[in-house]
Design a protein around this ligand. Structure first.
Ligand SMILES: [Zn+2]
Ligand SMILES: [Zn+2]
Length: 280
């Protein structure tokens, strides 16, 4: 999944040019679970639109940066009155969730307004804490990013999946960075899957510190210390083409393969399967 902006150039097609959108399918659940509405959200909508049945879904948005919202108005199931969706977003300094989405679709930026969407839609601010739904629970901690941003943690059965597409792990060991990494370590401890921002390598990071994204080397260190089992890097820089990312995948594995069951760069359209049992 691409970070910052879509980049539909030929040299990016293997890892993908669309920005962040992740669907989590839980066995036996009819209700959709979607994380973020980047431009990949449009493609997902086209697939879902093939069904005649009514669609119900919950959509959790890490934060309202363009690359996590740009697919929102292009999701075809929003234009069908038999569908039902609930959106959730962490508090954004007093601005309501609907207000943000409406602003994103105001006439200056987009021809279709929020009230022209026909599905039953509602959006609420997700205050820190946990929410429990049939088959799973979701909670978040604050990411290290430039606006209020969630790192979502999903628990279903005995498995834990953490989604941190925009999260800056600061390499220096000053107090604030150390405190954040300790808190993050507790949050991701023994996670079965961590999907994490790996936009840069350390060299690129040195000129982009404070932009809200991580160097992959730092992520490996933090995830290894926390006992993460499968680590996937996401939010690939738009200027990192397929060849660059192939080399990065080799470098990543050279440094960390021994410490993880899976260590890879996320690819657009990729499916990851996780078997789980429900504790009795
Ligand atoms: Zn982003
Ligand atoms: Zn962001």
């Amino acid at each position: 999944m691409r970070g910052s902006t879509p980049c539909a150039n030929e040299e990016n097609m293997r890892y993908g040019g669309n920005t962040t959108c992740l669907q989590v399918e839980i066995a036996g659940q009819d209700e959709l679970l979607i994380l973020d509405c980047g431009t990949g959200f449009r493609n997902l909508g086209n697939i879902l639109d093939e069904t005649e049945d009514p669609i119900r879904g919950r959509i959790f948005i890490t934060h309202p940066h363009w690359d996590h919202l740009q697919g929102f108005p292009f999701f075809k199931p929003f234009y069908d009155g038999k569908n039902w969706f609930r959106m959730y977003m962490p508090p954004q300094g007093g601005i309501g969730c609907k207000e943000i989405l409406q602003g994103h679709m105001s006439s200056t930026f987009f021809p279709v307004s929020m009230d022209m969407l026909e599905a039953d839609l509602d959006c609420e601010i997700f205050e820190p804490g946990s929410k429990h739904f049939e088959g799973y629970s979701i909670e978040y901690m604050w990411a290290s990013h430039t606006v209020p941003t969630a790192v979502f943690k999903l628990t279903f059965g005995d498995k834990v999946v953490v989604f941190a597409p925009d999260n800056e792990l600061v390499p220096e060991d000053h107090e604030e960075a150390k405190a954040f990494k300790e808190q993050f370590n507790d949050f991701i401890k023994n996670a079965d899957i961590l999907i994490h921002d790996g936009q840069y390598d350390r060299k690129q990071y040195s000129s982009r510190a404070g932009w809200g994204h991580s160097a992959w080397e730092e992520v490996i260190e933090v995830a290894r210390n926390a006992g993460v089992k499968q680590l996937y890097f996401t939010h690939h820089d738009p200027d990192s083409n397929d060849d660059t990312l192939d080399v990065r995948e080799q470098e990543i594995n050279a440094l960390g393969a021994d410490h993880f069951e899976v260590l890879a760069l996320a690819k657009e359209g990729q499916k990851i399967t996780l078997s789980y049992t429900i504790p009795s």
